[in-house]
Design a protein around this ligand. Structure first.
Ligand SMILES: [Zn+2]
Length: 218
């Protein structure tokens, strides 16, 4: 997982919420409401089957200015299948995202955040940064309770962080309530809620500023 990005240094007071395994016809629109009211953006790492079943939800996500990332088509562990098969699955997801939304994805979050050298190479060859997260212990998909999700996310909700939640599969109502609270708290705390690509761009910008501000002693 050498190349996986969990946070972006230099991105300033911005933070990226991400949602995996959707879209879901109920929970994804609830998230869209939360982010619309907060004036924030998020990133949705979607899968093939729910995208095929709910293309209108995919388009609603994009219409609100959010980002759609590649989370593979069928959610295999990319490190446990043949590299050629892994490539086919990821490319199939990209093609579907582009067909449904009209836009190519620019990010890859491997299922289970499982990555090895072959995954690194796959991502590099497709031009995708591998996207992780800082709040990896939250395990919101197990419905551990709203307070648990909050308690295991707050310490990691720092400048430049990427936060991971799930809007797909099963009952996601705890996640929705936790995200509603976190969005309110972080907005009140002066954080801007941005897409992962925006977060990466802000980090790169600060790096290029630092480089150009370096005094030239020679
Ligand atoms: Zn997933």
């Amino acid at each position: 997982m050498a190349g996986m990005i969990h946070a972006v240094p230099g991105a300033g007071r911005s933070i990226a919420f991400t949602f995996d395994d959707g879209p879901h016809p109920v929970y994804t629109p609830e998230l869209l409401d939360i982010f619309r009211q907060a004036g924030g953006k998020a990133t949705f790492f979607m899968l093939g089957e729910p995208m095929t079943a709910h293309p209108d939800t995919v388009r609603a996500v994009l219409a609100d200015g959010h980002e759609i990332g590649n989370h593979s088509y069928a959610h295999p562990n990319l490190t446990e299948i043949d590299p050629a098969e892994a490539r086919r699955d990821v490319e199939r997801a990209s093609e579907l995202i582009e067909r449904v939304s009209g836009r190519k994805p620019a990010l890859l979050r491997p299922p289970y955040l499982a990555a090895n050298d072959a995954t690194d190479e796959l991502a590099r060859s497709l031009g995708f940064p591998l996207i992780g997260a800082t709040n990896l212990g939250t395990r919101d998909w197990e419905q551990p309770g709203v307070e648990h999700i909050l308690a295991l996310t707050r310490p990691f909700a720092n400048e430049g962080a990427i936060l991971l939640f799930h809007d797909g599969f099963g009952d996601r109502s705890q996640t929705i309530e936790a995200v509603r609270t976190l969005v309110r708290e972080l907005s009140a705390d002066g954080f801007e809620l941005v897409t992962v690509s925006e977060l990466l761009a802000r980090g790169a910008l600060s790096q290029s500023h630092q480089a150009s501000e370096k005094p030239n002693f020679l």
